[in-house]
Design a protein around this ligand. Structure first.
Ligand SMILES: [Zn+2]
Length: 199
């Protein structure tokens, strides 16, 4: 079994690195016929340990070199009970990964909520401007296309604000209510105008 085989075998076992969560894959080197796996992202190195004989073998993975940020340094050369290294399940349940993933998700959400909220605010303001211009020129008799344009601006403002709100962190929530509020004002004006138009 060559290095390529071991690399894909390790990747099948750990699709994302147990330490950094990256899916860049692993480089394999064999030392004394024992495969060593190195994460291409964080540089953590594991050594494969096979225990038992025949079909009753069990695999363990011993961390021999920590990642470049030294987050996993406490796991170097450690194992459970009388064994060297840990089983697959241990590495998969590592809390470091959960922690990292949560941070990444929070950051992704944060970066999406703000631009969406701003887009919603622009649309919401646009809807109100269209209504204001209409009132300026036509009074409370709402011109058909103005009414339609205002609705096409105010309604998406509410939807986008709602989506932003779902993605927002605690701090960003207030910002997301603004497009919703503007949209409701615009839509209320539009509906009032629409009723006025046909009554
Ligand atoms: Zn890694």
């Amino acid at each position: 079994m060559g290095c390529d085989w071991w690399a894909s075998d390790f990747k099948r076992t750990f699709p994302t690195c147990p330490i950094c969560g990256s899916d860049l894959g692993y480089d394999v080197a064999t030392k004394f016929a024992t495969p060593h796996f190195k994460c291409r992202s964080c540089m953590t190195v594991w050594k494969l340990i096979v225990e038992g004989l025949g079909w009753k073998t069990q695999r363990r993975y011993l961390l021999v070199e920590p990642d470049k940020d030294l987050r996993a340094s406490s796991l170097v050369k450690k194992g459970d009970r009388w064994h060297e290294g840990y089983k697959e399940e241990f590495w998969k349940s590592l809390r470091i990964l959960g922690f990292k993933k949560r941070i990444e998700l929070a950051e992704a959400k944060k970066s999406m909520a703000r631009p969406l909220a701003y887009l919603g605010i622009v649309l919401g303001i646009l809807g109100i401007i269209i209504l204001a211009v209409n009132i300026w020129y036509f009074g409370f008799y709402f011109e058909k296309y103005n009414t339609l344009a205002a609705a096409c601006s105010s309604f998406p403002a509410i939807i986008i604000g709602g989506i932003a709100l779902k993605l927002a962190s605690e701090k960003e929530r207030t910002l997301c209510y603004i497009p919703i509020l503007l949209g409701i004002i615009g839509l209320f004006g539009t509906v009032t105008g629409y009723i006025g138009l046909y009554s």
